[in-house]
Design a protein around this ligand. Structure first.
Ligand SMILES: [Zn+2]
Length: 563
């Protein structure tokens, strides 16, 4: 997941802040090591509690963030930024020298900067900040295993990923240690890291990297860590919280620090607290551990978070270390145009219905290629954010179109055009956000998600006339689609009017379209009508949630549109 420019919902932020404020109190007895002695002997228990109270404690601090894709602030400067995070780290260190900084995965990509540097800029940023440990996240493999190995070599901190294995060596990927034991303030803190197995398919770890069962891994490692003297066991994870909860039942773990959902959360499973921050270092998580100096036992924990806002000054040492990226950052913030309305670049919108941005992009392609119509895949609109009214920058162009491609024009028959539209909506009942979803210019169409794939288009007009299946149309699209991408095989072999090598890049066409007027204000105009059993589809809030989080919509006369 990545929402690099989407501000967090104010309600979610408030709720999270309240939860954290309310939950600030330690979770007594939450850790297996601090559970009280046998309850059947109250007198003895009371005595031992009194004893424990007398025992002095040492304080350890764990700072943590997760899912951080850019080192500069997000939400138009309102939150995040690793320069500010570096200042906070130094402030905490000054108060509590027994501090470790942890990152719970996902940082190499996706981002505009990573399209140039493949995540190296983030490694430089974490090195400058003084990160201690990180767990591999699914996005760490977005540029393939070789780039990740290079990034591991560049890191001055330790990557963990005990269940991420390399077929070639039979050992962990990148030879990361299965766990580490770090002595902090005289206490031996053991940390192991695990990553969700679905990374195998959602990212690009390659054929040699595989993922083993996280529960089995915890069962194997935790006793080893204890044997080697670990007094505190911390799981640094990049899993769905449901998987974290299972993990907590597999072995006695004192604390799980996780990530991946981009939602701030606290949970407890089998007595083990699980905590995650949202994303993009919008806030810095802090866990304070109180450990008995004689018994070496974890007595209690406190949880809070430090907001990362403009009130926190940027660490000048961090800024200095990142100076080599100044030119790129300046270039990215150059204005290229202006919008008077929010531009919908959300993935789910662009892959399910007409949006003002997709229609604007399709119009721009059609004009640039001098074609009668345009058809583009909704998946070609990236950034997954809503661009708010105001200046549009080079960064916005690259966020929307991160991958280079060119705008082409091909000759297609009306029959092929219809076939392409059918293909485009053929997953619209089966998936929430199919990348192939057709966004158009010069075309109006209606489709019914309750009809079978291949027979969903119920109406098509081209520039106000009914589609003529026998006629030849000039169609603008991107070179990915004309080459048969996203399953549009019907375009393969079509005669080019503007070929990929002659066409201008999609990024240049979009930039020029942004610059074509003093300001733009694109609107949706009813080019695409989405029907459900003949009627206009209701808003998604009426959807039923499937247990895997996917929406399930029912059609008239059927229990579900889901197969
Ligand atoms: Zn993730």
């Amino acid at each position: 997941m990545s929402f690099p420019f989407r501000p967090p919902s104010p309600l979610a932020t408030l709720l999270a802040a309240l939860l954290l404020a309310a939950g600030c109190a330690s979770l007594p007895g939450s850790a297996p090591t601090s559970s009280p002695a046998a309850e059947s002997r109250p007198a003895e228990n009371a005595a031992s509690e009194a004893e424990q109270e007398e025992e002095p404690t040492v304080t350890l601090t764990l700072l943590h963030v997760n899912d951080v894709y850019q080192f500069t602030p997000v939400d138009f400067g309102a939150r995040g930024g690793l320069g500010r995070l570096s200042t906070l780290r130094k402030q905490v260190l000054a108060e509590s020298p027994n501090t470790l900084f942890l990152m719970a995965g996902d940082t190499l990509g996706p981002s505009v900067e990573s399209t140039f540097h493949k995540g190296k800029q983030m490694i430089d940023a974490w090195n400058a900040l003084g990160l201690d440990f990180a767990v591999l996240g699914n996005h760490e493999f977005d540029f393939g295993p070789d780039v990740m190995l290079e990034r591991i070599r560049e890191s001055r901190f330790t990557w963990l990923g005990a269940n991420v294995m390399d077929k070639k060596t039979g050992r962990t990927f990148g030879e990361t240690p299965p766990f580490v034991i770090r002595e902090v303030g005289g206490v031996k803190v053991g940390i192991f890291g695990v990553l969700l197995g679905k990374t195998k398919y959602s990212s690009k770890p390659g054929p040699d990297v595989y993922f083993t069962d996280t529960c089995a891994k915890a069962r194997e490692l935790v006793p080893q860590m204890r044997k080697q003297g670990a007094q505190i066991i911390i799981g640094l994870t990049h899993l769905f919280v449901a998987e974290d909860k299972v993990l907590a039942r597999c072995a006695p773990i004192d604390l799980i620090i996780g990530g991946h959902e981009h939602v701030m959360m606290q949970a407890v499973s089998n007595g083990t607290p699980i905590i995650k921050m949202s994303s993009e270092a919008r806030e810095l998580g802090r866990v304070t551990l109180h450990v008995g100096t004689q018994s070496g036992k974890l007595k209690s924990m406190d949880f809070d978070m430090l907001p990362v806002t403009p009130e926190v000054p940027e660490d000048p040492a961090f800024a200095k270390a990142m100076r080599e990226y100044d030119a790129m950052m300046a270039e990215l913030s150059q204005p290229v145009g202006r919008t008077r309305v929010p531009l919908d670049a959300l993935e789910e919108s662009n892959r399910s219905h007409e949006t003002n941005l997709a229609s604007f992009v399709a119009d721009a392609y059609r004009q640039a290629a001098g074609a009668e119509v345009a058809l583009i895949n909704g998946g070609s609109i990236r950034s997954d954010s809503v661009l708010r009214p105001g200046p549009l920058t080079r960064r916005d162009v690259l966020a929307i179109h991160p991958y280079p491609g060119s705008v082409v024009s091909i000759e297609v028959s009306g029959a092929v055009l219809r076939q392409a539209l059918e293909h485009g909506v053929s997953r619209s009942a089966e998936e929430t956000d199919p990348g192939r979803f057709p966004q158009v210019s010069g075309i109006q169409y209606a489709f019914d998600v309750c009809r079978p794939p291949g027979d969903r288009i119920v109406r098509v007009t081209v520039n106000g006339e009914p589609l003529d299946v026998k006629r030849t149309y000039s169609l603008a699209t991107n070179s990915y689609m004309s080459g048969g991408g996203d399953g549009y095989s019907m375009f393969k072999g079509a005669k080019y009017r503007v070929s990929p090598d002659k066409g201008r890049t999609t990024q240049d066409v979009l930039r020029d379209a942004f610059a074509s007027a003093e300001s733009i204000a694109p609107a949706t105009t009813g080019r695409i009508e989405r029907l459900r059993g003949g009627a206009r589809e209701l808003a998604r809030k009426d959807d039923k949630e499937h247990e895997d989080g996917k929406h399930v919509l029912s059609c008239p006369g059927t229990a579900s549109a889901h197969p």
